[in-house]
Design a binder for this molecule. Structure first.
Ligand code: PEP
Ligand code: MN
Length: 374
């Protein structure tokens, strides 16, 4: 069960203390306080964990300072979308809104290699009004002898260049808790020129200690990739780990699942799950066509499979797209064969805009038809 307090029942108020005292004394039930940072105010949600079946919603609602009480199912307590759900969804980070109703594009380098390539990428994005990107500094690789990313040594120039070109959020994978501290320190040393969304890669979706560590910090939001060999339910529980530790600013990313049934693509594209995620949870949903498709092949219509796939996600209502670009794919140190070319950036952005317009029209159509049925 979740007990949501009035926005004016703040930590020092009498109502807050009275409600919390009462809830903490309920036998066999643990009360856990969770703060939700909205655009205007901070809300307090108190999670009641244990056997709550016998508790009455009316009794709890009558407590001082209580605005609403929600009985939730066992799954995805914090990030899930429960019956009669009215809790806010999405969040704002460094001036950028992430929700189930808007779209952000994160085009960029899979792996940072040289400052020159970073600058070409960021300048091109800036010239097209883009304020988000992806830049990998810590790369989890299948082969231990492959390039592992430049790590913290590239952070200063990545952050400074991002600041210079007006980039507000960089999606950056972390594979260890210490990377979060390195990112934090470097942002501080460079004067916070940009923001970072910490990415948990598909190989770490069930790295529970990493999830807990990233969940404990409140500074950075998180982009969690679906695990490529586990069920959707298992990946959603991984997202819930982040939230249960205190960080509910989570975007969930579909990136294909590993099976040779997806051949000749690198993975089997799973973007039909976009609406499923929006129904089951309140998280904004991201699609990653690059790691799903993994090649630059195109079909007789001249459109890259990568773009066909990206558009399939957007037309189904995805809220973020994470995509690999590179100024010289032949020289890229990671995933060159799936990188889009700088000369394709305008085309890609226009194609995505078209798909987003189409999604909005589809929403209107659904409204009209639903009204027709009433
Ligand atoms: C990536 O986005 O660079 C990446 C390694 O993705 P994934 O974890 O989905 O393989
Ligand atoms: Mn990659």
């Amino acid at each position: 069960m979740i007990v949501i307090l009035d926005s004016n029942a703040t930590e020092n108020s009498k109502e807050y203390q009275q409600a919390l005292d009462y809830l903490s004394r309920l036998p066999g039930i643990a009360a856990r306080v969770h703060k939700v940072q909205g655009a205007q105010q901070t809300l307090t949600e108190i999670y009641l964990i244990g056997d709550t079946k016998t508790l009455s919603i009316e009794d709890l609602h009558a407590l001082p300072g209580v605005e609403r009480v929600i009985r939730i199912s066992e799954e995805y307590r914090i990030l899930g979308r429960h019956r009669d759900e009215q809790r806010i969804s999405g969040f704002e980070y460094n001036g950028v809104k992430f929700s189930q109703d808007n779209l952000n594009i994160f085009a960029g380098l899979c792996a940072v290699d040289t400052p020159e390539h970073v600058e070409i990428m960021l300048k091109a994005l800036h010239e097209r009004g883009q304020i988000c990107t992806r830049m990998g500094a810590y790369k989890p690789r299948t082969n231990p002898y492959s390039f592992q990313g430049h790590g913290k040594s590239c952070l200063p120039y990545v952050f400074e260049l991002a600041g210079r070109y007006g980039i507000k959020v960089i999606a950056m994978e972390v594979t260890h808790e210490s990377h979060v501290a390195e990112i934090h320190e470097c942002l501080e040393q460079t004067g916070q020129p940009t923001g970072v969304m910490l990415q948990i890669g598909t190989r770490n979706t069930q790295n529970f200690e990493l999830l807990k560590a990233v969940g404990r910090q409140q500074e950075f939001p998180v982009l969690l990739k679906r695990g490529f060999g586990i069920t959707l339910n298992e990946s959603l529980n991984a997202a819930e780990y982040l939230a249960s530790e205190g960080n509910s600013r989570v975007v969930f990313c579909l990136r294909g699942v590993k099976t040779n049934m997806g051949d000749p693509h690198r993975n089997l594209v799973d973007f039909s799950h976009v609406p499923v995620l929006k129904r089951l949870t309140r998280m904004p949903v991201c699609v990653d066509p690059s790691h799903s498709v993994g090649t630059r092949e195109n079909s007789p219509d001249g459109i890259l499979d990568l773009m066909h796939t990206a558009v399939q996600g957007i037309i189904a209502g995805a809220n973020m797209v994470l995509v690999d670009f590179h100024p010289e794919p032949a020289k890229a140190l990671v995933d060159g064969p799936q990188a889009m070319l700088m000369s394709e950036l305008d085309w890609f952005l226009e194609d995505i805009a078209l798909a987003w317009q189409c999604y909005q029209q589809r929403q209107k159509l659904a409204e009209q038809h639903q009204y027709g049925r009433l």
